[in-house]
Every structure is written in C-alpha cells, then in structure tokens.
Design a binder for this molecule. Structure first.
Ligand code: FMN
Length: 388
C-alpha cells in the first residue's frame, strides 16, 4: 500500500456555511458555488470529490455533468441509490455517457439508503434488507450489461428482455464501485461487488473491526477490497486553535435543534447511522470520542458526523493510524467547504508527501513583486553570502 493516501474532498450539494445550524450566514447551494469548489479542489491536488445523494441534495448526476467540462483530473465519486435509478439498462447508458464525458474519471458510490421515511416520500417502499437485495440484482445486471452482454433476466426486482448497452465505459471494465454500509447484509454486499469499502470516521478500534470483517468476507469469495474512511476535518496551525474552531462551528446550536436532529437520526434504519449516533448520544459533553476525534458535527448532521481536530501533525498521525489499519483513501470535508479545502491542502498535504499546487508554491505571495520561489531562494542565498 502506498504511504501517500488518496485524499477526496466533498461537494456540499445540500448547502454550506461557517456555522452548523445557523442559516443567517449560510451559503445557499448553487451550481456556480459547487463548480468553484470542484475546480479549487482539483487545483489544490485532491484526488477526488464525493457527490452525495438524498432528498436534501441537488441531483448528483446532473451536478456531475456540469463539472465534466470545468474539471480535467479530479475523479468524481458519485452517489447513487439503485432503488431510485429505474432500470439497469437505462442506467448503464447513463453511466457510459457520464464516464465518457469525464474521460474515465467516474467512480460510483452505491447507496442502498439510510432513511425509509425519506425513501417512501420518493416512492420506494422497501425494507432495509430488501433495498440491499434490489441493489444486488441491480449491480449484477449493470456489470453484465457494461461488459457487453445481452441480458434476459427475471428476478425479484428487475425484468429485462434482450437488454443491451451499446456503449462501454472508458474505465475498464467499468467505473470502480465504492460503498459504505455497516449492517451484516452490507458487508456481504461489499464482499461480493465492491472495489473500495468506505466507513464513517469511527474510532480506530471500531474501524479495524469492520475492515477485518469485510476483508474476511471478500477473501471467502476470492476477492480483495480496498478501504477508505470518511471524516470531517478541522485543522489549524495549533491544536488549541483547532479545538476553538470546533467549538465555534457548533456555537449557534441550541438544544432544541440538537434534540430534533437526534430524533431524526434515530428514525434511520441504517446501522452505519446508529453506530455514529451512539458515539455521543446527542450529549454535548461526550463529543471527544478518541484522540483528536470529535463527534460535534453529528449533533445535527446525519452521516459524516465525526471530525479529526488538531494541528497538521496530529491530523497526519491520526490518518497514518487508519492507514495502518488498511485504509488507503480518506474522504474529507470541512465548513465552509471552499476555504477548508484550501486550508487542509496547505497545512496537511506537504506532511503527507502529497503533491499539491500550493505545496509546490512557486511564487512568494505579496503582490506586484512576486517572483518564482526558486529565483527568490537563489537571490536570498546570494544576499546571505554577501552578508557573511
Ligand atoms: C462514505 C459514505 C457515504 C455515504 N453517502 C450516502 C449518500 O450520499 N446518501 C445516502 O442516502 N446514504 C449514504 N451513505 C449511507 C450508506 O450507503 C447506506 O445506505 C446506509 O448506511 C444504510 O446501510 P447500513 O444499514 O448497512 O449501514 C453513505 C455512507 C458512507 C459510509
């Protein structure tokens, strides 16, 4: 495993802001802002961008399509709910179209879905495990179609006759599949279909346990899987500043809002969500759950509720611990997403040995007298020699 991890950033297609739970200074979601984050993340050297799906998010497919011509290198990790995608034959064409437009930069995050109530509002009346069964059929069919097979199939959820996809994907044999469910059926699903298993940012011992289980189940099927962890990040030049920034992020949350959000989270039938909610139980006094791991975001946000908080070196030390457990990819975010993408790249990429435009820093900033750093270094060396 490479010691330089893949670092993905997150596209906030549900809105953004500097404080959780305070709408006054929040940023409404707009395509112009999302494009700005995407181009910035690419410019900074991030490897990919996670685009989530849900009733509170702009459509991920259309959002990804608008990014095809403004980005060139960064991969797009696109979340999709098989239960909402209709027929796999149509889906195969859609994926081939998008992957071609992205010249093979597409990755899929398969999301069976965390909230039955939310899904019912969109016409999906399946239980947790039925959604996994559907996803299993869906991905099976999609893979066969993408490999060029003509498919006739009648299963519990799909029925197609002589289904074909005339367009193969640029990625060979197909865009990689990522996925992050935590239930027993989810681990079986991962073992059977998935290239990279993602977990929410739980404490290291809990992540280790999941990795062990998924790895063993994959091995039993003769497969190997990669692993990634999804965290919020709050990095500052010192630990003290980072801890202050964490407190500031939730400084506008009142108890009523927290109680409401916790109730919503408890209504989820996702095992992954309940593991994250259980880390703090909605209690502001129980937010530090492991060294540099803070659960404050989860007081109101579903999903990625834990943040790595600390100095650049502390963040790197923590990431290295998860790498030692087998993770090679981290999917990160911070509020506001535009500014924090830059801050993380500036402060942490150099310590990870990660190439970044900022880390290479070929100008000394300051305005009209900017000069390339190499020239400036030479000049400085000459001046020093003269002074000696
Ligand atoms: C990194 C990561 C990203 C996820 N993204 C989404 C998403 O965009 N939309 C969504 O509805 N669920 C998302 N999920 C939820 C899971 O895909 C899964 O549907 C949910 O946890 C229910 O499965 P479980 O009970 O097996 O945990 C995500 C999970 C992880 C770990």
């Amino acid at each position: 495993m490479s010691s330089i991890p893949n670092i993905f950033w997150f596209l906030p297609t549900g809105g953004d802001g500097r404080y959780l739970g305070r709408s006054k200074v929040a940023r409404p979601v707009s395509n112009a802002y999302l494009r700005q984050i995407a181009t910035t993340a690419e410019f900074l050297g991030y490897d990919g961008l996670l685009i989530p799906t849900g009733s509170g998010n702009l459509d991920p497919f259309l959002t990804a399509a608008t990014l095809a011509n403004v980005t060139h290198k960064i991969k797009l990790l696109l979340a999709l709910r098989p239960s909402a995608e209709g027929n796999p034959v149509v889906f195969a064409r859609k994926i081939a179209t998008l992957d071609e437009a992205l010249n093979g930069r597409l990755i899929l995050n398969v999301v069976p879905g965390a909230w039955s109530e939310e899904l019912k509002a969109e016409g999906v009346f399946l239980s947790h495990d039925e959604r996994y069964e559907l996803a299993d059929e869906f991905i099976d069919l999609w893979k066969r179609l993408t490999l060029g097979e003509t498919v006739t199939y009648k299963g519990k959820y799909f029925h197609v006759e002589n289904g074909r996809s005339l367009f193969s994907t640029v990625s060979d044999p197909h865009p990689p599949l990522y996925f992050g469910g935590s239930s027993p059926i989810a681990h079986e699903f991962a073992a059977k279909h998935i290239d990279a298993y993602l977990t929410w940012g739980e404490p290291p011992d809990q992540v280790a346990e999941k990795i062990r289980d998924v790895k063993a189940k994959a091995k039993a099927r003769g497969r190997e899987i990669r692993f990634g962890v999804r965290f919020q990040v709050i990095v500052r030049e010192t630990e003290e500043e980072a801890v202050k920034a964490a407190a500031s992020l939730i400084s506008h949350l009142d108890d009523h809002l927290i109680a409401q959000a916790q109730e919503h989270q408890r209504a989820s039938d996702s095992v992954g969500q309940s593991r994250i909610t259980a880390l703090h139980g909605g209690d502001r006094k129980k937010l530090w759950i492991a060294p540099n791991l803070w659960a404050g975001v989860g007081l109101v946000r579903g999903g990625a509720g834990t943040a790595l908080v600390g100095s650049p070196q502390q963040i790197v030390d923590r990431l290295r611990e998860y790498q030692a457990l087998g993770a090679d990819t981290f999917v990160l975010s911070g509020y506001p997403h535009l500014e924090e993408a830059a801050r993380f790249a500036e402060l942490v990429f150099p310590l990870l040995g990660k190439e970044s435009f900022v880390a290479e820093g070929n100008v000394i900033t300051g305005g009209a007298f900017d000069v390339p750093i190499t020239r400036a270094n030479r000049q400085a060396a000459t001046l020093l020699k003269k002074a000696a």
